[in-house]
Every structure is written in structure tokens, then in C-alpha cells.
Write a protein that binds this ligand. Structure first.
Ligand SMILES: [Zn+2]
Ligand SMILES: [Zn+2]
Ligand SMILES: [Zn+2]
Length: 774
């Protein structure tokens, strides 16, 4: 040993350093560098390391900690304080006295995809984990989906029924072992097991259920596969007949189905990936990433009419084993739920709710505590745009500038998520699906309660937030709770909530005003009309509407969302007479409206009603163009017409169509005309390719809205623009808005940590609510 200067150092490390095997990592690095001392858990404050040794050893130790930290950990800050050497320690220890080594509230990690070391254990014959599908360690495995309550001890997780065997116990207490202190540690001797069940739910005897499942899949069967956050339905992705049958049984004619592939090479046979997409699809969070399709390898019926396909890589040992027994480029792996119900998570629910869909059930005897669907996102210019934020991301919080108080918010209605705010952080719940049913609402209540338990929020919140829409069941539930508890309820206009979500995740100061562009499907406005294409001057708790898309009538209200041709007729009616509309629609109306000409006459009559509901929705504008082009006449899932339009548009050249943006000034607001545009496009249907018209429609919307925002910025002197709303998952529109607004010298903010769609509104609601009362 050399005799350099000896020191004592106190090192504070903050960030994601809990529940990810960080202390044993510190232990190994300290021992490797010959240091003595201890590491201790400080709960919310991170970990504290005290070491003594030579100065150069401490320097090397700090370098190793930064360079070799477990992938899932995120070091925010390392603060080192040198003290005089005292020679106090005789060894390096993991001190569990403070917080008793437990994860404190608010810093609990999301589920972590299986790590390379565990995969290696599964691939090594003779190992205790050879082909064992529940292999996990301190660095990987279920987290959020496994825990009932804190503190994070084995008894409070889904492992409580599986006491550790002698070997596992040894690893658990050995700080040099990767499984040291890992609550999910288990092996083939002591852990859960897989069982294959037949159509009637009867267990099937089998030495290797994975071989049998692979055979059944190859025969074209649909198999329910229980994982960590829920139960998937799996089938071949290469055979049209199998997918047709799948869709028939699921009663989902067109909704895109997610795929899972063994590795990136398999993905590349049917989809294109750039570097950003490779990074995110391979990350430990393992989301579904929407990728551009290549044609030929997988069936076109996986995502009919779309140019993207959702793909993920295996994140559990169960999925790894499945692919080991198969040689397919991809499998369909979609959430196993009955229409209108959240995904099944128990074996009982699998048989009850997926009976009639699944032919076989590959299940296990470990509980799924918290349901969590796969997250879905796409990369736009290197940034994440979520369509669903759930497994792998929840419960990672959003840091917001509202630092005080406890708030709870209930979100919108479809594809919903709720939020709990405490200590300057907002925790979004997992994806709730549609909360317009009693089952959906019950799930929402449960999800909020679980989040409160994990965060140790036991007292009533200071304030609650919900949508302004009186008809949303979530608003009604919020009202009931507010009445029962006396907690103040703050309602948010839907698009204001979208904009506040952008402000919050970008840490816009509470004193600042921004201009928000909300491009969305539908939200209730204070004028009782349906909004959805808005320029809002916003603070956290207030807004002024400076511009919007033209108000178009909605004959039959919500019917317009399901039958976009109605919306087209309504749009045209603002520009031309009924007779001209009859001419334009003559050759299409039979296919485009369920009751053909008769229905058209009813619609034209409805349009004469001066009391008719009106909408400025940009989603409905895009839907109308999709209907005009015959891309779809019936919306079988949320967002379908606009998504089909986007697929068409991706092959078009918008510049081929020369038509000027028309912005009017009505009641002191900028109004982007859309009815004349629809009429113009209906006139050039025969002169231009559908693809070009589709592309032009998107361009008109993004250019028109940018122009209104730029004018509003000149009027107000505000140069920060926040973009949000469901339309922002459209790649072309988002890119084009960013480009135009940046070129005009504006500072553009968008959602990258919560969905720009309705899964992000709870964030805006809770921030508005906190800002209003605290
Ligand atoms: Zn692992
Ligand atoms: Zn064991
Ligand atoms: Zn919305």
C-alpha cells in the first residue's frame, strides 16, 4: 500500500438511488478501492457515504461511482465534503439502521425490464435460474406493479407467498451479490411457477409449458399470457387469417395491435428505426414505440391503414422464454381486456373476461398487485410524445413549480390518468383507459388510493381538480368526493388544463404568462360549445381565448366524432348551400353515412337549427378531410380518422396545392377559417392525389394555427408558446409547428413527460387547483 495523504470524506448522493441496488453497488466500489466506512439510506434525501482512505482512492471511488452506476439509477448530484482523517473504521459496511434500509416515500421506482445479467443467468445451464422465467435482481424486475404498500419489504409485495429458499437467503444477505437486499429475489426452487390452462380453464400437464404455447401459437391459437403488469393476448403477427379471427373475437375491427419481437434485428425486418428510437425501445423502461412500417413481413392487418406499428422488446423472463421456443419475427402482444373493461390481472379475470377470446392461458401463481398497461410513445425530433404513459414510467414524478400543498385531480374521460401532487412533485397514475364506465371509475379510485399509499398521503388533500365538463363521470365523482369531504374542487377548462400541463412540466414560473396552442379532439368550453383548436393566453390559474378554429356545427353532437362524414357536411354548410352539398356528396353519401341520402337530409335539416352545438375542434377538422378522401367513414377507435389521414399524408406533397390561409377577426379573436378550405378541397378531389390533399390538410392546420399564434405573440409581447392536445402525437403537425414557430423567434415548449393527449390533463388540473388556493 502506498502512503499518500489520508482523508475522510462524507459524500451525499441524490437522485434515483433507492430500490435499484445502489447501496450494494457503493459497497462494491468502496471495497474495490480499499476504502473503509459505510453507506446509509437517507430516504428522500438519497444516500450518504462516509469513507476513509487515501485521497487518490477516494478520487478513484468517485469516478467509479459516476461511471459504473446501475443503469436504472440516476445520479442527480454528488456532494463531497473532506474532513480530517480519524482512522475510525475497520471495514466498509452497509448500515441499515436509518430508515432500516427501506425505500422512503415518493422515490419508488417504476418496473424495470429484465437486465442482461439476469438474462445470462437464464441462459446458463446448471444455474439456479436456467430458463427460470421469474429471474430478477436488485437492478431489475417488477417494482410499481408488485408493491401493496410501503415500506418496501418482501411481505408487502407480490412475493410474500414465496419465502426464500436457503440459497436465495444467502444471496439476499451477501452485499457482494447482485441480489443483495433485492425484494424480488427468487429461484426455481422457491419461486412462482407457470401453468398452462386449456380453453375451459383446466390445468394441462406439461414439462415445458413454453414449448406447448409455442406450438399452439404456430397453429394459429390465441394465448393469454400473464406478465408483470397485466395479461396479454398473444398470437402470430404474420398470418392474416389468425389476425382476422383475433379481431372478430375481440370485436376490434381496425384498432392497431402492439407487437413484441425477440430483438432489434427481428424488428428491423418489418419496421424502420433511427438512433433515438433504438435508444428508447431498448431502454430499461421498455415502452411500445411507434415505428414506421416496412411492408411484407408482418400482416397488414396488424395496423390497417396506418404507416406505423407499435413495437416493444421482451421485458420479462416469461416473454424471453416464449421467444426462445419460437422463431417468429414478432408476436401480437396486446392488453388482454374485454371491451369496456380494464386489462385483466388475476387468473380468475383471465378466465372470466378473456373466455371466448383466448384458446389457452399461460398463467402463473404470483399476484399482479397494480395493473399497468404497456406504455406507448413515438419519437418526434428526438423527443418523446406519449400516447399512453404507464408501465416503466409510473410512478416517476413530474417536478412542478407549485411547491406546497397536496392536490388530487381526476383527468378527463377517455384514455385517462389521474394525478396526486405533494411536495412540489406530481405523480401521475398508471394508464386508466376509458373512465366512462363504473369499472373504469372504480379503477381510477383504486389507482389514486394506491398512489396515496405509496406517497404516504394520509390526510385529505388541500384541493382537488377536475374537468369543466359536467357530463364527465370523473367530474361527477370529484364533485361527490368534494361534497363528502369538504375539499375545495377547482374545475379546469379542458384545453387550459392541456396548456398548464406543458407549463408545469417545463417549469414555467407561476408569475409568467405563455401562449398555448391546444390542438385536440373535444373539450367543453365555458361558452358551452365544444373547443379543440385554441390559442390561449395562459397562467396557471387563468386564461384568455385569443384565437380558435372556425366554429362548425355538430349535427347530432358526438355522432360527428363517430361518423366523420357528418362533420364534413357540417363544415361545408358554413361555406355553401344545401344543394351544392348534395352535389358534392352525390357519389359518396351512400357509403359514407350509415343511412345514405336519407341521413344526409336529416343532417341538412339539423344544420338549420340555430341552437345547434358548435365546435372549433382541430381533430374534427382532420376527421372531415379523412372522410372527404374516403380514408374512413366510421371511427372504430379513438383517433382513427386522423391517424389514417396521417398515414395517407406521409406519402403526399402538401406544397402541390396552392391555397391561402384565411384568418378572420371575429369578436376580437383570430379565427382560422376551415369551411372554405373544406369546400376548396372537395373541388379539387379529381385534380390531385389523395395523398397530397391529406398532406395539405395537415399543413393548413399547422400553418394556420402558427400564424394565429405569431399574431397573438405580436399583440401580447409573449414569446413562449406551449403546444399540447391529442393532435400533437401527429408527427408532421408537431414538427411543422415547431419549425414555423422557432423560425419566428418564439420559444416552443411541449409535453415530453406526460401525454399531450388526455392522459396528461390531470397534471394541468392539479397544478391549476394548487395555484388557485395555495
Ligand atoms: Zn437483473
Ligand atoms: Zn430460491
Ligand atoms: Zn384533450
Amino acid at each position: 500500500m502506498s502512503s499518500g495523504e489520508r482523508v475522510e470524506a462524507r459524500i451525499g448522493i441524490t437522485g434515483r438511488v433507492q430500490g435499484v441496488g445502489f447501496r450494494p453497488f457503493i459497497y462494491r466500489m468502496a471495497v474495490r478501492n480499499g476504502l473503509l466506512g459505510y453507506v446509509i439510506n437517507l430516504g428522500d434525501a438519497g444516500v450518504e457515504v462516509v469513507v476513509e482512505g487515501e485521497k487518490s482512492q477516494v478520487t478513484r471511488f468517485l469516478r467509479d461511482v459516476r461511471e459504473e452506476a446501475p443503469e436504472v439509477s440516476e445520479i442527480e448530484d454528488i456532494v463531497t465534503e473532506h474532513r480530517p482523517y480519524r482512522g475510525k473504521f475497520t471495514e466498509f459496511v452497509i448500515d441499515k439502521s436509518q430508515n432500516r434500509g427501506r425505500v422512503a416515500s415518493g422515490i419508488y421506482p417504476p418496473d424495470i425490464g429484465i437486465c442482461p445479467q439476469c438474462l445470462e443467468d437464464m441462459a446458463t445451464p446448471g444455474s439456479r435460474w436456467y430458463e427460470y422465467p421469474f429471474t430478477a435482481c436488485a437492478w431489475c424486475g417488477p417494482r410499481f406493479t408488485s408493491v401493496r404498500s410501503l415500506p418496501y419489504d418482501r411481505e408487502r409485495t407480490h412475493m410474500h407467498e414465496f419465502p426464500m429458499c436457503e440459497h436465495c437467503r444467502k444471496d439476499y444477505y451477501d452485499p457482494m451479490d447482485r441480489r443483495f437486499d433485492a425484494q424480488g429475489i427468487t429461484c426455481s426452487v422457491c419461486g412462482p411457477k407457470m401453468t398452462l390452462y386449456d380453453t375451459h380453464g383446466k390445468p394441462m400437464e406439461s414439462d415445458d409449458p413454453f414449448i406447448e404455447v409455442a406450438e399452439h401459437l404456430m397453429e394459429g391459437s390465441i394465448v393469454a399470457v400473464k406478465g408483470i403488469g397485466g395479461i396479454h393476448l398473444a398470437s402470430l403477427a404474420t398470418r392474416d387469417d389468425v389476425i382476422e379471427e383475433f379481431r372478430r373475437r375481440k370485436n376490434r375491427p381496425y384498432q392497431p395491435l402492439a407487437l413484441m419481437s425477440q430483438d432489434l434485428d427481428s424488428v428491423r425486418t418489418y419496421a424502420k428505426l433511427d438512433d433515438d428510437e433504438v435508444r428508447v425501445i431498448q431502454s430499461w423502461r421498455r415502452p411500445i414505440v411507434l415505428l414506421k412500417k416496412r411492408h411484407g413481413v408482418i400482416s397488414e392487418l396488424v395496423a390497417p391503414g396506418l404507416d406505423t406499428v407499435g413495437v416493444m422488446l421482451p421485458y420479462t423472463g416469461i416473454q424471453t422464454m416464449l421467444f426462445k421456443r419460437l422463431s417468429e419475427p414478432a408476436l401480437i402482444m396486446t392488453s388482454g381486456n374485454k371491451k369496456g373493461l380494464p386489462m385483466a390481472i388475476s387468473n380468475r379475470a383471465a378466465f372470466d373476461e378473456l373466455g371466448g377470446i383466448a384458446d389457452y392461458y399461460l398463467l402463473h401463481n404470483r399476484d399482479i398487485v397494480n395493473r399497468s398497461d404497456d406504455s406507448v410513445l413515438r419519437m418526434i425530433e428526438g423527443n418523446i410524445a406519449f400516447t399512453r404513459r404507464s408501465r416503466g414510467y409510473v410512478p416517476d414524478p413530474v417536478d412542478v413549480p407549485l411547491k406546497k400543498g397536496i392536490g388530487i385531480s381526476f383527468g378527463a374521460e377517455l384514455r385517462n390518468a389521474a394525478a396526486v401532487a405533494t411536495n412540489g412533485k406530481v405523480f401521475m397514475t398508471q394508464y386508466l383507459g376509458d373512465t366512462d364506465t363504473l369499472e373504469g371509475l372504480r379503477f381510477e379510485e383504486e389507482a389514486i388510493q394506491i398512489m396515496r399509499d405509496l406517497l404516504n398521503v394520509t390526510r385529505d388533500p388541500d384541493v382537488m381538480g377536475c374537468d369543466l365538463h359536467p357530463g364527465y363521470m370523473t367530474s361527477q365523482m370529484a364533485e361527490v368526493i368534494s361534497r363528502e369531504t369538504g375539499v375545495t374542487l377547482v374545475r379546469s377548462q379542458h384545453h387550459h388544463a392541456h396548456i398548464v400541463s406543458v407549463m408545469a412540466e417545463n417549469n414555467v414560473s407561476r408569475d409568467d404568462e405563455i401562449l398555448g396552442i391546444a390542438l385536440d379532439g373535444a373539450g367543453y368550453g365555458p361558452d358551452r360549445q365544444i373547443w379543440g383548436g385554441e390559442i390561449l393566453k395562459s397562467t396557471y390559474n387563468g386564461f384568455e381565448r385569443l384565437g380558435h378554429l372556425e366554429n362548425l356545427p355538430m349535427p347530432g353532437g358526438d355522432l360527428c366524432a363517430y361518423h366523420p362524414y357528418r362533420m364534413l357536411v357540417a363544415g361545408l354548410s358554413n361555406a355553401v348551400t344545401g344543394d351544392i352539398i348534395r352535389d358534392i356528396t352525390e357519389n359518396h353519401v351512400k357509403k359514407a353515412l350509415p343511412h345514405g341520402k336519407m341521413e344526409l337530409e336529416v343532417v341538412l335539416k339539423q344544420l338549420k337549427n340555430p341552437e345547434i352545438l358548435k365546435t372549433s375542434s382541430s381533430g374534427r377538422f382532420l376527421d372531415s378531410i379523412a372522410a372527404l378522401l374516403g380514408a374512413t367513414y366510421y371511427r372504430s377507435y379513438e383517433g382513427e380518422p386522423a391517424m389514417r389521414l396521417e398515414a395517407l399524408a406521409s406519402e403526399g406533397t402538401p406544397e402541390l396545392i396552392d391555397y391561402a390561409i384565411e384568418i378572420n377577426r371575429i369578436d376580437g379573436k383570430y379565427v382560422l377559417n376551415t369551411s372554405n378550405t373544406l369546400y376548396y378541397l372537395s373541388n379539387i378531389l379529381n385534380k390531385h392525389k389523395k395523398q397530397d390533399i391529406a398532406a395539405f390538410g395537415q399543413k393548413y392546420l399547422s400553418d394556420g394555427v402558427s400564424e394565429m399564434a405569431i399574431k397573438a405573440s405580436e399583440d401580447t409581447g409573449i414569446s413562449v408558446i406551449g403546444l399540447s392536445g391529442g393532435v400533437l402525437v401527429n408527427e408532421y403537425i408537431t414538427k411543422s409547428l415547431m419549425k414555423t414557430l422557432c423560425k419566428a423567434g418564439l420559444n416552443v415548449l411541449f409535453n415530453t413527460w406526460v401525454p399531450p393527449g388526455d392522459g396528461g390533463t390531470a397534471l394541468g388540473q392539479v397544478c391549476k387547483a394548487l395555484d388557485s388556493v395555495i
